[in-house]
Design a protein around this ligand. Sequence first.
Ligand code: HEC
Length: 104
Amino acid sequence: MKKLMVALALLGGSTFATDGASIFKAKGCASCHQPTADTVGPSLKKIAQAYVGKEAELVKFLKGQADPIVDPPKFAIMKPQLTLIKNLSDEEFQALADYIMSFK
Ligand code: HEC
């Protein structure tokens, strides 16, 4: 039984690590980004549509290595959010980008 619990705990951990939706919620991104309505930030749909065919650029933006393309005048609000995710693994950045792209 104890072994099973440990196995489940490990499984839970790895699921979190690669689940973009969980990262998005855990890092508070959802408070400014709704699926289809623009609120403080642009909707996930709007972001995904801007990055169609440019998924690699989205990963770079999340890593703080590319300029914004959706609403650059408001980047001052978004910029500090990037520091919350700067320690994610490559796999987690990819999962986050995949999650955002699923709204296109
Ligand atoms: C305080 C509100 C706020 C929070 C929290 C927030 N964002 Fe944003 N986000 C914005 C605003 C405003 C913009 C529009 C400016 C821009 O395009 O960079 C934006 C833009 C974006 C863009 C589009 C970038 C582009 O190319 O223009 C992405 C992707 C994004 N946010 C992802 C995230 C992620 C991931 C998180 C969580 C770590 C997050 N945001 C948290 C406000 C927020």
